[in-house]
Design a protein around this ligand. Structure first.
Ligand SMILES: NC(=O)c1ccc[n+]([C@@H]2O[C@H](COP(=O)([O-])OP(=O)(O)OC[C@H]3O[C@@H](n4cnc5c(N)ncnc54)[C@H](O)[C@@H]3O)[C@@H](O)[C@H]2O)c1
Ligand SMILES: N[C@H](CO)Cc1c[nH]c[nH+]1
Ligand SMILES: [Zn+2]
Length: 435
């Protein structure tokens, strides 16, 4: 098992930012938003939209005419590129779904067990708005729901979102689209309001408010995972190109000042050159205000003594995106356990998954990659078991069930098993004459 601590590696740059998710007021703020939406429905949604989005839509649901206008307004090349991305995400989701098979197996003579793959009926896809209109975001949440065969696919996006985002929600296959963002959108989809239907499961990334709301409504509805501010980590040796490393780190840093970006390397030279290269590239990066702040607050470069330590450190970080830039990237990659998605070799930049190669870009952050992968078609289906048992099966399993129930003092359980074992005695068993 890989356990490693900060003092075992050498920090060339340490992150200085505080963890936004650890902000205690966040939990209380979100709890109040959820309570208000639950109690006052659409009225609360209007209040929170005015407060946090500075705009209150006339109707929360996007009308057929608004969809037509959004489709008419989208730049033709942007539409083509979005359709390309939809096709790639669909192709990969279909291939992944094909790996999930229904099961029928006879585990003992007469004991027939199985499972079915059942699409979730109603899903709510949160589409983040904010700093950039991320055109691939609706695709990543909606397309796998279509592939899974969900009956009702609801999309929520902040009221200020670019109209192209509405067009892409529609092209991706959303059945209904609503202009409501943040924690209030999550509360609305969990509890339902007059305008917004309650869903069975909520998926999709978002800011700290969105994620905290998903955490708090979990149980009332299912959630995919907590996918917060983007993260990238790179493991490298001295074969890596610091210009490429810096470009890939800054690509994710431009998302948000909370983006966590970092690199571990076995090469002191690569570490120092990447540090210098980041400062150089920031000088002419149009989004340097955000990317530079993210790098200042969250940026990290560490030196590991060998590949074994590099791998242990990567598992410790459990980042959303892990790029591997070593001489034998497949060899290194095969030894790593904790990541949201793995980018093997110099060509596999995170940007391709972000936009259009077909893997889902909604991935676990904040080290959730220790226990989950990212959003995928499997998140939109339930694997539900069933069983049927013939007389041979009863002979094999009823006696142990009777004995265990008796040992546990669960007499009603014992009777239910016993009447299968001895059907002629059902009246005596249920009358308590065989207790
Ligand atoms: N992990 C992933 O897969 C992934 C994918 C895409 C985007 N992201 C991340 O999603 C995030 C998107 O964040 P965003 O903010 O741009 O969009 P968002 O849609 O998540 O949040 C915007 C909403 O937050 C609410 N809000 C704003 N200020 C608030 C406040 N003070 N109190 C309560 N609510 C408030 C508003 O209602 C607004 O509609 C980014 O951090 C990005 O990195 C992650
Ligand atoms: N990197 C984001 C997920 O963390 C997704 C994205 C889309 N476009 C750009 N970035
Ligand atoms: Zn990105």
């Amino acid at each position: 098992m890989s356990r490693i601590s900060d003092n075992e590696v050498e920090f060339i740059k340490r992150p200085q930012g505080q963890d936004l998710q650890a902000d205690l007021t966040l939990s209380t703020t979100v709890q109040q938003i959820i309570e208000q939406v639950r109690a006052r429905g659409d009225e609360a949604l209007r209040d929170f939209s005015a407060k946090f989005d500075r705009t209150v839509p006339e109707a929360f649901e996007v009308s057929a005419q608004e969809i037509e206008e959004a489709l008419a307004g989208i730049d033709p090349q942007t539409r083509k590129d979005s359709e390309f991305a939809i096709a790639q995400v669909k192709r990969f989701a279909q291939a992944q779904l094909a790996t999930m098979q229904p099961l029928e197996v006879e585990t003992l003579p007469g004991v027939h067990l199985g499972h079915r793959i059942i699409p979730i009926e109603t899903v709510g896809c949160y589409v983040p708005g904010g700093r950039y209109p991320i055109l691939s975001a609706p695709i990543m949440s909606i397309v796998p729901a279509v592939v899974a065969g969900c009956d009702n696919i609801i999309a929520c996006l902040p009221p200020g979102a670019h109209s192209a985002m509405i067009a892409i929600c529609h092209l991706a296959g959303a059945h209904r689209i609503f202009k409501v963002g943040g924690a209030q959108a999550i509360a609305a989809m969990a509890w339902g309001t007059v305008s917004i239907p309650a869903v069975d499961k909520i998926v999709g990334p978002g800011n700290a408010f969105v994620n905290e709301a998903k955490r708090q409504v979990f149980g009332k509805v299912g959630i995919d995972a907590l996918a917060g501010p983007s993260e990238i980590y790179i493991v490298s040796d001295d074969s890596a190109d610091p210009r490429i490393l810096a470009a890939d780190l800054l690509a994710q840093a431009e998302h948000d000042v909370h983006t966590r970006v970092g690199m571990a390397t076995t090469s002191e030279r690569v570490a120092q050159q990447t540090l210098a290269e980041i400062e150089r590239q920031l000088l002419n990066l149009p989004t340097a205000v955000t990317a530079g702040e993210a790098w200042k607050r969250q940026g990290e470069i560490v030196i590991c003594k060998d590949e074994e330590q590099l791998i242990a450190w990567a598992d410790h970080i459990a980042t959303e995106h892990l790029q591997v830039h070593t001489r034998d990237p497949h060899g290194t990659a095969s030894k790593i356990r904790n990541y949201g998605s793995l980018f093997i070799g110099q060509n596999a930049s995170v940007v391709f998954s972000d936009k259009c190669c077909g893997t889902n870009h909604t991935l676990p952050t904040m080290a959730a990659a220790r226990y989950t992968g990212g959003l995928w078609v499997g998140a939109y289906v339930k694997i539900c078991t069933h069983q049927w048992i013939d007389d041979h099966g009863i002979a094999a399993i009823a006696a142990p069930a009777v004995r265990q129930s008796r040992t546990e003092g669960m007499q009603a359980h014992r009777r239910a098993a016993e009447i299968r074992l001895d059907p002629q005695a059902i009246d005596q068993i249920t009358a308590g004459q065989k207790d």
